[in-house]
Design a protein. Structure first.
Length: 453
């Protein structure tokens, strides 16, 4: 599942801080929920709607889940306006629950502080919570459906998960989460194709439509809390599946840098730590039968790419770029595009690869250098580790179609001589599973092991 990054470039250098952010209320319609927030006494609202079905939950469950969706959206709004106070009026949270949301906010907000070189003002935000206490722990266990809900975006990870479970003829229910903006074009194309084959749910959200708010509070960049928003929205149809599956990879567990003593990880909500904590939280406070997992928690993207390109299935709906549009499914100008291009090199013919990438990132040393150079900091984007790029470029350097390109030449001159003796160890490391499959439910372990050999 691709991490979604909104960028708003402003000629403003100093952030503006809100005094107060209030999660004021929520309202239901037949197909969804609208969430209302007050930021410095100005009202903002956003929605989640089910595209092809209705919410069929009892009142308390429905309200509790909706409040949590609203909290996942509040994280984005707080990241934009960095309020001095946050008040939650839609649900009364316990101290343990409040600590969970503070932990998320601090791990998301650190990236913006790092990118803009701001002080860590979010650490002194004061939180208050009011409203009804929802105790769903004693609700009756749901009937097992023996079905997985698979989040699909068009990225190679989610499409590879789909391939794996197709091989096992598993009962698959697809889940599309659509932010309804220009980058949704290729996800919609995937939706149209896969809807002919699989039952699915699609939830639309307007939470990324924050340009005016970002301008007001001088927010240049911020990362949406995508995985959390996806998980809590999926709970609206929680009785339809046994497992929520998202294709998040091992390399997301390694952050970008340390800023003012705090770790920065652009892919924080794709990590194993986040999965463990969100599973514990949901089971304790919302649904004691809930499990979210990724078959790839132990695999680097290099290994996933190898499995994805083992056949041509779903290449026609493949994209992983957050800046895609109707004209190009890869922008070829972001770090994510560059990384995806590089790790694809060993596994796909350059003619096919260049049909998807309108411009070759290997011609742009400035774009690719942070992905491979020893002294460069890992870009704050959805990219893997340098060792994955090194191994891919080493293999590409033997191909005359790539050997004379600037990035490959830089690698051969500046990187390869220092790592050549370690390449066999790097290759073993990049191709192995690193968690002993401990985060995969037992009924799927053999399937994943067989498919990812």
């Amino acid at each position: 599942m691709g991490y979604y990054l909104t960028k708003i470039y402003l000629a403003l250098s100093i952030m503006k801080r809100a005094n107060e952010l209030i999660f004021e209320r929520l309202a239901f319609s037949n197909r969804g929920v609208r969430f209302f927030y007050l930021i410095d006494n100005k009202l903002y609202s956003y929605f989640s709607t089910l595209d092809n079905s209705k919410i069929e939950l009892d009142y308390d469950t429905k309200h509790c889940i909706a409040a949590h969706i609203g909290l996942s959206y509040l994280i984005d709004l707080a990241n934009i306006c960095c309020p001095k106070r946050i008040k939650i009026k839609t649900i009364k949270l316990s101290p343990e629950q409040l600590d969970f949301w503070k932990w998320i906010y601090e791990n998301i907000a650190i990236e913006r502080a790092y990118d803009e070189k701001n002080k860590l003002l979010f650490l002194n935000t004061h939180w208050e919570t009011f409203g009804k206490i929802f105790d769903l722990k004693n609700t009756k266990n749901k009937v097992r459906k023996k079905r997985i809900l698979l989040a699909v975006s068009g990225g190679k990870e989610s499409l590879t998960v789909l391939k794996i479970f197709e091989e096992a003829k598993a009962k698959i229910l697809l889940f599309f989460f659509d932010y309804l903006d220009k980058n949704s074009f290729y996800a919609k194309r995937a939706y149209a194709k896969l809807a002919k084959k699989y039952p699915l749910f699609k939830i639309n959200s307007s939470i990324s439509h924050t340009d005016a708010l970002s301008k007001k509070y001088r927010c240049k960049d911020y990362s949406l809390f995508v995985i959390g928003q996806l998980i809590f929205n999926a709970l609206l149809v929680k009785d339809e599946f046994d497992y929520l599956v998202i294709g998040n990879e091992y390399s997301s567990n390694f952050g970008n840098t340390i800023y003012r003593g705090q770790p920065v990880n652009h892919q924080f909500d794709k990590t194993i730590e986040f999965a463990q904590k969100v599973n514990t939280y949901v089971r304790e406070f919302i649904d004691n039968d809930f499990t979210y997992f990724s078959p790839f928690f132990g695999f680097y993207e290099y290994k996933i790419a190898k499995r994805f390109f083992s056949d041509k299935k779903y290449l026609d709906i493949w994209t992983s770029c957050n800046n895609s549009n109707k004209k190009h499914n890869f922008c070829c100008q972001c770090s994510k595009c560059a990384f995806i291009y590089i790790v694809s090199l060993p596994f796909i013919n350059n003619t096919i690869l260049n049909k998807h990438f309108w411009k070759n990132p290997l011609k742009n040393l400035g774009l690719c250098k942070p992905l491979i150079d020893f002294d460069e900091i890992k870009p704050t984007d959805c990219v893997g580790e340098k060792e994955e790029c090194w191994l891919s470029l080493y293999k590409a350097s033997k191909n005359r179609n790539y050997s004379s390109l600037p990035v490959v030449e830089f690698f051969g001159t500046n990187i390869l001589p220092k790592i050549q003796q370690k390449l066999s160890l790097i290759e073993s490391k990049i191709n192995e599973e690193h968690t002993k499959y401990k985060y995969i439910p037992k009924e799927f372990k053999k399937l994943v092991m067989d498919q990812m050999r």
